[in-house]
Design a binder for this molecule. Sequence first.
Ligand code: NOJ
Length: 522
Amino acid sequence: MRGKSRVALSVAALACFSFLSTVSGLSEPLMYTGLSNYTFPEEFIFGVATSAYQIEGGWNLGGKGESMWDTHLHKYPNYTVDGSNADIAADSYHLYKEDVKMVQYLGLTYYRLSMSWPRLLPRGTDNYISEDGKRYYRNVFEELLKANITPVVTLFHWDLPTPLMDLGGWNNPRVVDYFEDYARVAFELFGDVVKIWTTMNEPHQHCYNGYGGTQFAPALNAHGIGEYLCTHYMLLAHAKAYHLYDKVFRPKQNGQIGITLDSFWAEPKNASDPEDVAAAENYLQMHLGIYANPIFNGDYPDFVRQRVNNMSIQQGYTRSRLPYFSQEEVKMLKGSSDFFGLNHYASFLMSPCPGDEYNVPSMDHDTGVCLEQHPNWPKPGAVWFSVNPEGFRKLLNWVNDNYIKRNNMSIIVTENGLCDLGGLKDYARISYHKKYLYQLLLAKNLDNINIQGYFAWTLMDVFEWTDGYTSKFGLFHVDFESPERTRTPKLSAQLYKQIVKTRQIDFEFLSPESSKYQSNKL
Ligand code: NOJ
């Protein structure tokens, strides 16, 4: 990718913009004042999320195998913008009890975390299970339960065991079976204490950036084919793990299992231009529908199927670059999630794009849409990140219209949070959570969308993939210079705690503009 598309799309891109935009983002429009007129019901799930590679460290402790992120960053130490890796990260391998205390401090009863596949299965396959891996996760889950916190566990948050990456990773159909084996081990070992599972986190970002592009490990750059193979086999692996749980484990363990998908909101650049409106819809179908449609409605969306088929023919391929599911696989996929896990952060403006911006072939080129930042949306952190709370409600409606209503499902927002450059007085994050949560309340109450829960990303500052430690999302600051990885609550931790406790949003709480909370003491 080149030009503005790269800027717009690169989740991994360095860098952060001015603080001024943060400050201007604080001026609350009229509707964000006083107390929110809606409240979160008692049964609404509030939680916070992390992932194994981003927090655990202990990359080679206790006989852990290497993940492909370990291997990639050891081989290419300058791959991240600050030359860092997650060998130690927040050291949750040793400090998980601290993590649990922090979740407790926030008054939360749910914590979404992931398991490191190579910590449990160092070779990637189930012929050898690590005793240390078993002990570690048993300890973590029990510590959570002791604190009355329900673990919500993701099986795969991007850290594929290196031996499986060496076989082609998600481009190798056999990895589907190895994922099912891993899932079986996890359900057998921990299904007594883990009652909410998600199979995978954001297959879209993983395949698009890691297999189609170079922004994430394994940086295959196999654009036009690699991201579709990855998509196809991750979907099948998800469905297999779902049915395994559903048939074999659910009857005795009685839990739920779903998947976490992600999307930006696609805002037409000019809402009265039908071409921009179509471009926005095409973007959503290609980047979110390609995952959600097989799982909730059966098979790839018509638009995606036709577009990739046509482009493939035009480009001289004998077969479509997007593989086909068999009828049996379509059936296996359809309905393979108990809820829709949605990660959402930011919005982009969309317009049609001739395609010379992009690699050919590629998913971007197939989509035929250009992404731009809105000049007025605050950009307090990474270049891909902008604040547009209304986009969240629009995305919730799009997901509802396409998948939730017709299948009588629910949405759990499995990640949402703000990226900045750091600092304990994180007013931009405070403003972000208030506004995004308010949009969620509107979607729930005015649009009647069945939204069951919300997980803030993230509990603490973590290793942010290609951004290393430069982009911050945490409610707690982590001192990555100190051997103790000292954690300190930011102001946003007070805000989230207050919302969770009162089940309502007080727009004046910790607002620098409000006379009601002058001191803003930490
Ligand atoms: C989504 C990913 O799941 C998570 O790993 C990442 O840190 C956040 N987005 C922020 O970029």
